[in-house]
Write a protein that binds this ligand. Sequence first.
Ligand code: ACM
Ligand code: ZN
Length: 545
Amino acid sequence: MKKILLTLVVAFATLATMAQRADYRIIPLPKSEVTDTTQVFVLQSGMGIAYDASNEEVARNAAFLREWVQQVTGVQLVLSPTDEKAAVRLSLGFPADKKAKKGKKSKETPVLTEQQQEAYTIAVGKDGILIQARQPIGFFRAAQTLRKSLPVGAKTTIEFPFTQIQDEPRFAYRGVHFDCSRHFFKVDFIKKYLDLLALHGCNQFHWHLTDNDGWRFEVKALPDLAKKGGWRDQSPLRRAGLWDGTPYGGHYTQEECREVIQYAAERYINIIPEIDMPAHIYSALQVYPNLRCDVQHQRGSDQVLCAGNPETLTFLKTIFGELCDVFPSKFIHIGGDECPKGGWQRCPKCQAKIKELGLKDDGKHSLENQLQTWMNREIGKLLSERGRDMIGWDEILEGGLTEGGVVMSWRGVNGGIEAAKQHHRVIMTPTDFCYFDYYQLKDHDRQPPAIGYYLPVSKVYSFEPLDGIPEEEQQYILGAQANLWTEYVGYPQHVYYMLLPRLDALSEVQWCRPDQKDYEDFKARLPHLNRLYDRIGVNYCRDME
Ligand code: ACM
Ligand code: ZN
């Protein structure tokens, strides 16, 4: 009996010590990590973080690191910029880059890829933790890596095994989308959503701001758009086929958008705003019914902007002009998906426009699809005058793609493959792997109602964005993105449930080389991240298929 007790005590003591250890096998997995678990550096409250305080961006990242160490473990580090002996040191520049430059005759600095600019190293040794980065963004990535490595829960000391970590992402574009039209989410929650993206190394937030069910972007020249178009009289109780009889709505002022943009930028996330046109725009057509085709319609969602009405372009140019004033993003999303063409076929103004433009049946693209491309090009001109590039859902290929347009391939990967072959840039977000509004378990009764279908986390993990892309065209695939549509998702904890653990899986698709990926190993690393979610109050689906 005594022997058993002793064994138990030793086992618990070992567990307790282990629990205080950092573990660098995080999600997404760093590019390379060589760890010696026989030696540790011990970090405790009162120890310092040193950094170049004259660089505001570096200082901000040092503060993030301090905040996260405290958040995860309770250990309180001190910002001590000039302390050369600090336990944690942030040092800008890679010594290897400087050596390489010295060795070269040319004085020109080599051009770095976006991914190389994000690179960082972490070295843990007897003197502490040294973080090196080419740019301040690397410190942010390193701080997130350390945050996820930390043992979760109150600690007095943390043991860091000696290690050498080198990391940079695989794809330049690592996006997540969020539909804030079907349901409206306040700015405070958008910031939390961004925090979650940043935790996963994502750098693009695709903000779906308008759709049939609500207009969320304030346009100062058209104040009724958001004030009236942001509201609906009631919402569908979808499975019951009933309506709830309660007015629902809201919108983001331009000032709020700027606040969110700033918040995102400090976390190295670019925000791509989407104004969906010429369909998915019933919320605006309710306010401006003169802009729809003057034909009989059955349903609001079949109503689209009239391409033959000259006021339509003026309207769109006003909106996209203000959108460019507010959002600095190089990419602006024009939607373009699921435009029913029946109205345009029957509308005398649209048909007259087709004639006026001299559009001809070329056997490949219908006249109405070409009409949509004409509209895209008109908006594309405005965007390029403002130094921006247009993104559209893959339907924008159907009328002949607009020059410089980026294709977001959602109806499978074929649109993306075709666009890459035509040397257009592509973002891969096929429904089969990237639609997080789908059920994640086969048994629907164990989950809140969802739009349908089935996308388990294992399937997300298996996604390879370059599959089917000839090698010489792979350079056109910017990266991958998940989409979260919110017809059925109205509350923050439900949003988290739909995202996690699928976003955990996607982050390895976006960040890691294919040869690093191993689903069983990913599953073994997940409980640690879940402990962090528990600590910061983020929900996740507990079952995995
Ligand atoms: C889409 O899911 N309609 C882009
Ligand atoms: Zn029309």
